[in-house]
Write a protein that binds this ligand. Structure first.
Ligand SMILES: [Zn+2]
Ligand SMILES: [Zn+2]
Length: 287
């Protein structure tokens, strides 16, 4: 594999491997960057020695490029985008990104169809999967699973890397069904929605119908429900939680931090990071 740039995290790792002879000797098997996450847009970069993949593309291609520039990652080094569902805060960048040669877009059929209808001038290179299946992409095992949300066929993901480390992405869900719990129970690194504070939502100026949609079984996960999951998840492996997809209007990082106090006390070995909804600085995580 050719090195991209000296500072590209992927090439840096490969340079290390070339020097030391065995990547497995290093504890760092990936880098993870949340370029942004809130009700206004979601996009993350999972970077392994073999692949750079985006999870969702909920910002313009220009904004995504700006964030990658801050990380010294070249746009051209992105191999694929894994989409969770067709809502704009997850797909706004697809049309722009699809102008890039060789970039693959993974989604299930209904999500791809819904996103394609917004891409009038471009034709993304779709790779269609059936929800619920697992498949392999450049050394990463990708598990897909249904989540309860008001979209065509929304999914969560668990990515298992070559060394067995697992990262799960679970946002945009109105509640936590048993299936989701099962699919994330052995995960090491968890991105979990903590969308709204119940009181802030109740007091907001939003129309009643929107409040009901957000609170509904196919809406978004409250701070309380995120906490309940973290307190009851049968995981002994959990090393890091990212609380993400905060509502700009009905939540604050301080409220999420307070809400998670008992989860932090129950899991003292686990890191907790709240993704500020208005931040444009990528959150950098190296295990
Ligand atoms: Zn959504
Ligand atoms: Zn969303």
């Amino acid at each position: 594999m050719e090195a991209k740039t000296a500072l590209n995290p992927r090439s840096t790792i490969w340079e290390l491997r070339n020097i030391q002879g065995a990547f497995a000797q290093f504890s760092v098997s990936f880098n993870f960057y949340i370029l942004g996450s809130s009700s206004s847009g979601n996009c993350a970069l999972l970077s392994t020695p073999d692949a750079n993949i985006l999870i969702d593309a909920g910002f313009s291609a220009r904004r995504i490029k700006r964030s990658l520039d801050m990380l010294n990652v070249e746009m051209a080094s992105i191999d694929a985008v894994f989409l969770t569902h067709e809502h704009c805060d997850h797909c706004a960048g697809v049309a722009g990104l699809s102008r890039m040669e060789n970039l693959l877009f993974f989604a299930n059929r209904d999500t791809a169809r819904a996103v394609q209808s917004t891409c009038t001038k471009t034709n993304p290179s779709w790779r269609i999967f059936d929800t619920g299946i697992s498949f392999s992409f450049q050394g990463i095992t990708v598990e897909t699973f249904s989540i309860p949300h008001d979209a065509a066929d929304p999914v969560g993901y668990t990515f298992t890397l070559a060394d067995g480390a697992t990262l799960s992405w679970v946002t945009d869900l109105g509640h936590v069904p048993r299936l989701v719990r099962e699919r994330i129970k052995h995960t090491d690194y968890l991105v979990l929605e903590s969308n709204y504070d119940v009181d802030m939502l109740a007091c907001s100026a939003r129309p009643l119908s929107l409040k009901q949609r957000i609170k509904g079984r196919h809406g978004h996960l409250s701070n309380d429900l995120a906490l309940e999951l973290l307190l009851t998840l049968e995981s002994t492996r959990l090393k890091q939680v990212f609380l993400a997809h905060l509502s700009n209007e009905c939540n604050t990082p301080a409220l999420v931090t307070d809400a998670m106090a008992t989860a932090r006390a129950a899991r003292p070995q686990c890191g907790f990071t709240v993704i500020a909804p208005d931040s444009t600085d990528p959150v950098v995580f190296t295990p």
